[in-house]
Design a protein around this ligand. Structure first.
Ligand code: SF4
Length: 399
């Protein structure tokens, strides 16, 4: 374990791009499950910013999430980073309530759906629990995971968080970010690349206009010699990240899917086209980028829909860049099914156990995945689509 070479607060205190315009209205929308240990920190010349789109595409930004209320705990209120978040939120005209205790209460509705709606319209500024400073591995996505928030403003009807987070789905953002970042160096090893995933419990870009925390992470990783940050999003507001001193130490990924899946099941997110334009801008600024195709679903005519998706991707990324793919098929657990069906009772999402194979983890937990033949057909088709268009891109994993 290496010692900290500089205080994380230096990166935290660097000027952040404050929101300049109030978001227009609320939007509705992990990611990553799966990583690649020891991915080399890339370094490559900037692609030409003149690279034209063919054909030219003009895509508007998606709407930014605007919570109806922001709650702040007493401990978070004492943190300088907490105050910075409060200032951002107040600049957007969103009411902030200082709580008298460090617990978030008052979000329970009469029904599950009422609780869901109330929680999804609330952002809480809290300190990350001390236990989160003990990092856990997140294979195959990264060596370690850490968190800048817990909960997501989007409304994906297959959301992986449904099975892994407890309580009402309020978006809790962390005020003790300097402590969180300072702790990361303890997990670096001399002369070895270490990767860190920050999108396991949230969509960091979906809340960036309210927190500035992702930019602080990118700045911090820009100062580390052998550590790489990885994050993934279904949003597109990347402008505040473009000029950061990232030094190629952050891989920015977008999650993409076939149009029927994205349009029907990913409420409150940016469209796939908007996400592609966002990641294109990041690549043109020299960031390593990635596409997480997830969750891959064997919907009707899936071959046609995924082929269309990859055509869209090649149009947006029509230049050489440091590009990786992560391929994750749809799966669910008994618990995630129960939670998702209470949140989205009318969802067309196929959660029928009879259509799936059971897979057990080492603790005996069950998940439902596509049967072997379906899985093999999906894998072969999608990998061939990528190989044909992006021969230099690396497929990090299929799961
Ligand atoms: S973007 Fe969608 S899948 Fe990802 S955490 Fe948010 S709601 Fe869940």
């Amino acid at each position: 374990m290496s010692s900290i070479s500089a205080s994380a607060s230096e990166f935290i205190n660097a000027p952040t791009t404050a929101p300049t315009a109030a978001p227009t209205e609320e939007v509705f929308s992990p990611h990553t499950s799966p990583h690649i240990a020891s991915e080399a920190v890339p370094s490559q010349p900037l692609p030409s910013p003149q690279t034209p789109l063919t054909p030219a595409i003009t895509t508007q930004h998606s709407k930014l999430w605007r919570p109806k209320q922001v709650l702040v705990t007493p401990d978070a209120y004492e943190e300088a980073w907490g105050q910075q978040i409060i200032a951002r939120v107040q600049a957007l005209g969103i009411p902030v309530t200082r709580l008298s205790q460090n617990r978030i209460t008052g979000l329970k509705g009469k029904t599950e759906q009422e609780t869901y709606a109330k929680a999804k319209n609330t952002m809480a500024i809290v300190n990350a629990p001390v236990g989160q400073l003990k990092l856990t591995p997140i294979p195959p996505s990264a060596d370690w995971q850490f968190h800048l928030a817990h909960g997501c403003p989007a409304h994906c009807q297959y959301c992986y968080l449904a099975g892994s987070l407890s309580g009402a789905p309020v978006v809790k953002v962390y005020a003790n970010l300097p402590t969180i970042l300072e702790n990361l160096a303890n997990y670096e090893k001399e002369n070895q690349h270490t990767t860190y995933e920050v999108s396991c419990y949230t969509d960091p870009l979906g809340i960036e206009h309210l927190t500035g925390s992702l930019a602080a992470c990118i700045r911090y990783f820009g100062t580390r010699k052998s550590a790489q940050l990885r994050w993934v999003t279904k949003f597109d507001s990347v402008d505040s990240l473009l000029d950061l001193p990232h030094q190629g130490h952050t891989r920015c990924r977008i999650s993409v899917n076939a149009d029927p899946v994205s349009r029907t099941l990913e409420g409150g997110t940016a469209t796939v086209e908007q996400r592609l334009q966002g990641v294109r801008k990041l690549a043109l600024q020299g960031y390593p980028i990635g596409l997480v195709v997830a969750p891959i679903m064997a919907i009707a005519n899936w071959q046609t829909h995924y082929e269309t998706l990859f055509n869209q991707v090649s149009q947006a990324l029509n230049f050489e860049c440091d590009l990786t793919f992560e391929l994750i098929t749809h799966r669910f657990t008994p618990k995630s099914k129960e939670v998702l069906q209470s949140w989205y009772p009318k969802s067309p999402l196929d959660l029928e156990e009879a259509n799936r194979s059971q897979k057990r983890n080492k603790f005996g937990g069950v998940k439902y995945v596509y049967p072997k033949d379906t899985m093999a057909a999906l894998k072969e088709f999608i990998q061939s689509q990528i190989d044909a268009r992006f021969p230099n891109a690396e497929i990090l994993y299929w799961t």
